[in-house]
Design a protein around this ligand. Sequence first.
Ligand code: PEP
Ligand code: MN
Length: 365
Amino acid sequence: MLIVMKAHASEEQVRGVCQKIESLGLRPHSIPGSQRTAIGITGNEMELDPGIFDEMPGVQEVIRVSKPYKLVSRDLKEENTVIRFPGTDATFGGNEVAVIAGPCAIESREQALATAERVAKAGAKFFRGGAYKPRTSPYSFQGLAEDGLKILAEVRDRYGLLIVTEAIDNESLDLVEKCADVIQIGARNMQNFSLLKRAGKARTPVLLKRGMSATVEEFLMAAEYIMSEGNYNVVLCERGVRTFADHTRNTLDLSVVPAVQRLSHLPIIVDPSHGTGKRNKVTPLSRAAVAVGADGLIIEVHPDPDRALSDGKQSLYPEQFDELMVEIRQIAGVLGRTVANPVANPGARRTSPVAATAAGSAAAR
Ligand code: PEP
Ligand code: MN
């Protein structure tokens, strides 16, 4: 059930409805919009009687939500969610197409800093790199763990890049949440419900990757798990699904972008690196992702892909990334969107987003 407040409902009236919901042993989720506030209710196993709220002061209408997800739905919030990072001008879901770039895994301080400098100069505002890697083989490189997180903290400090890094279980999430600006939940964990609930308790935005055989509904329900625990800053990410096709590692499902945008207010970005698995396809599919209306890209870049410890074959050389940024800037322009400009001296940027994050940042609007 969803309670839509009147456009001029007072804060006290909103609070009154939230208190009523709590008195029933349920959880209110008050989501302010540009026109009005809507309040989602979770925790009820049975249908609620709309009459309980109908006559309360400030209530415009009580809506039964027919879809299985509520908080991710456009029924709750008509306008797009824009996730902000105080102390910076970076966003997800705003007019600017967000660009996250960096290696698959943090391998060494030198590798991370060299990549970070290049992608920051090209205009990326977010840096990716796994310190905890979910690998198909237990014998493959598993990541540098806490040492990797320390390197990421240095990357942020030196280049003012916002850090996106993966948590693979509840223990790593405890550590990742202290260091990251965005917590990544990988495709293999999209339906790890205890991890999703834990991410929902974090105050850091979450990048949720689509499972490799997840339907749109399953994808949105995974985001609902995070939101139902009170973390409303979720970015969805299409990263390719399994099909019979064997010319690429996965089949990048770009049609999911407009499909999700129709159903949900959450931002959705595209990962053409894992989506194709092949370097020569990353640039074309990145162009297409921007053209289809994605809110961002996450791209693997490595200074020496032939020697990468993971995903070298799909990692761009830094020069290729430079070129990609130039191209997508033009494509975004056709749609009235922007891609950040190159930065001559990213070292001077040093916005200290960590402090901003600690101060309670990144509220979804
Ligand atoms: C990654 O981004 O490094 C990764 C492991 O991606 P996915 O979860 O999409 O396979
Ligand atoms: Mn990878």
